[in-house]
Design a protein around this ligand. Sequence first.
Ligand code: NAD
Length: 352
Amino acid sequence: MHANIVVLPGDGIGPEIVSATLPVLEAVAARYGHTFAFQEHDIGGIAIDRHGEPLPAATLAAAQKADAVLLGAVGGPKWSDPNAKVRPEQGLLAIRKGLGLFANLRPVRPHPAALGASPIKSELLAGVDIVVVRELTGGIYFGDKTRSATDATDLCRYSVAEIERVVRSAATLARQRRGHLTSVDKANVLETSRLWRDVTARVMREEFPEVTIEHQLVDSMAMHLLSKPRAYDVIVTENMFGDILTDEASMLAGSLGLLASASLGAGKVGIYEPIHGSAPDIAGKGIANPYATILSAAMLLRHSLGLEAEAAAIEAAVSAALDAKVFTADLAAPGQAANTAQAAQAVIARLG
Ligand code: NAD
């Protein structure tokens, strides 16, 4: 197949991890007879510097025409003045909105070779394979806000349609995996959560009878995620709960440098990016871990291009590189670290 992929390196280590990932995609294309055309555009801090805005119109227009978007990371000290009119992160929110993306998928599958890097006991981590699906466009982050000298409010709002579409995405994923969906809410206190629970129960009963559904309160979920992470398959939740639980879940995997993500909507186009930020403390040194971005590229092949075998080949190659202890500095013993390019080459060398 031929696919047009928009590439948004962004800031800090973004350009390093993205340029390490493109040769992996090229190698997969060559092996499986595909052609991928990469078109690079600016987002984040670099876009503010060059164009005065974090999401230039040309970037959004290219993304809207593309089959998929691969993103590095945005932000850094240069643009982090809290009083600044434009901030790099606004570019991320704007591009997700512009592409109509409402579901953020974060797989967490701790690798046996990296279990020691997690603060959680290894015996709890073996066999963990979770995908957290976070709703991206609604809830308290986007509700009306007020502020006076003596108080402040944030409105939390969800519509039936917003809940239905993200639950359908998560349930479809659960059906392709182990057939178990956990929906997380705070239905004992919040009206939006009671609506969330009612809508989820109905969608699951009417449309996904073969997927088992379990409802969990967010506070107990925060405990279960660490005490019995193997019990979960797909977890779906609203925006703020998802923001917190996905960061908690990331601790299961040992390093931020191993965790990929996808932001999806109703169509095929999605944004694929590592969950970590622009790591300004190590930017420009060529030592960042590229695996999370390479695994994000695998998700791109799976979810936007429908290339399951190719996605699985990349995942297996990353796994084999980790088995061979090709670790970047975030995971390696002192003096034994591979650099970014060496880690990416190790993946290419192991593509089946
Ligand atoms: P960060 O994820 O950039 O870094 C946290 C720590 O993890 C740092 O010590 C960093 O060196 C390390 N790290 C992160 N990715 C790594 C990798 N691939 N390999 C090796 N080590 C890695 O988080 P931060 O320091 O809180 O934020 C830095 C900047 O990134 C901020 O401007 C923040 O706003 C931005 N940010 C962007 C995104 C995004 O683009 N989606 C997400 C989070 C933070």
